[in-house]
Design a protein around this ligand. Sequence first.
Ligand SMILES: NC(=O)c1ccc[n+]([C@@H]2O[C@H](COP(=O)([O-])OP(=O)(O)OC[C@H]3O[C@@H](n4cnc5c(N)ncnc54)[C@H](OP(=O)(O)O)[C@@H]3O)[C@@H](O)[C@H]2O)c1
Length: 226
Amino acid sequence: MKIALLGKGKTGGKVLELIHEARLSYTLFDSKNIPSNDKLKGHDVIISFLPGEAFKTYLPLLVETKIPVICGSTGMTWPSEFDSQLKEKEIKWIYATNFSLGMNLVQQMILIMNKASKIFDNYKFNIHEIHHTKKLDVPSGTALSWKSWAGHEMEITSDRIGDVAGIHELTLTTPHEIISLRHEALDRKIFAEGALYAANKIFNDKSLAPGLHLFQDIVQLELNKK
Ligand SMILES: NC(=O)c1ccc[n+]([C@@H]2O[C@H](COP(=O)([O-])OP(=O)(O)OC[C@H]3O[C@@H](n4cnc5c(N)ncnc54)[C@H](OP(=O)(O)O)[C@@H]3O)[C@@H](O)[C@H]2O)c1
């Protein structure tokens, strides 16, 4: 599997470390070596950890190559009908605002907390997230996913501190108890591991249909296998 890695910053750099460990072949793209149709030819999978705005400028080019894409870029919205466009052209892409495999276990836990309304009359949820000072999107995409999994209106507060890779905490408060669920990324390698897991999946699993797939849906299928 030959990988085209877009972005070798804080997160892309971790993908690069794992690519070296796995002795995979690759080409690196950044502001000094920008991707083009010719340069991308011969790659099996494209992995992007470019900032969202930069990634979006390359969208038409990436679709044109027909190479499967693993997109970790955040802070952008997908063009409307993008999934249909990929299906029409029979191209497979996987995206996630958080490629941590552990986040999929967290999702299951949040879906349980979502049931609070069945037993409590008086309760409230809130999320607090902390990231490094260079993160562009506030609140984080992960915090927004947590909110949608919890299925309740809630306040999201954010801090931007030092080089924090990512801390998310969901709190359920009732008059007499507090339940907190906290996920802390200790190393950006967790995102790189998930992105390479997705790259292997998209390259090897011929049963994966064309279209724009959410990484979480793919991992949930694995988790639900007997
Ligand atoms: N989905 C996930 O699990 C996950 C996890 C962590 C981060 N992220 C997201 O990943 C993205 C990158 O985050 P980061 O912290 O790794 O960023 P970063 O450290 O700033 O690195 C960005 C990289 O993108 C390159 N780049 C920027 N603009 C470019 C352009 N126009 N053309 C080509 N290359 C360009 C930079 O190259 P130069 O240095 O040459 O400018 C650099 O290598 C963000 O959107 C972040 O939110 C996602």
